[in-house]
Design a protein. Structure first.
Length: 113
């Protein structure tokens, strides 16, 4: 997978914007970050819950890692080139769901049928 593909997944979600924050590309919904990509695009991190983080770290330690600073909050680090596209689509969408306002998530869910 490429960083541009991962960014495209994030930007395809409602009300998502890309902004540079702390020298990294961040993807935000209504001003709240749910995904980050390093400046070189090789690594990133995605908002998740602790259970998902633990499962991914155990399941695929080549593609996933415990990221600095945000890992303690459940975020999962990803080596972009090693990540499965379909799994990343699921993870990014779930990260967006965890971050977006409930009304926006409900509207998104209604449109998915």
């Amino acid at each position: 997978m490429r960083a541009s593909t991962l960014a495209g997944i994030a930007l395809g979600l409602p009300d998502t914007e890309e902004r540079e924050t702390w020298g990294e590309r961040t993807f935000q919904v209504r001003g709240k970050i749910f995904m980050m990509l390093g400046a070189d695009g090789k690594r990133g991190s995605v908002k998740a819950v602790h259970e998902e983080q633990a499962a991914l770290l155990e399941e695929d330690p080549v593609a996933f890692f415990f990221p600095s600073y945000v890992g303690v909050h459940g975020w999962i680090g990803v080596v972009v080139a090693k990540a499965d596209r379909d799994l990343m689509r699921e993870l990014v969408t779930e990260a967006w769901r965890l971050t977006a306002p409930k009304r926006l998530v409900n509207s998104f869910d209604e449109g998915e049928d």
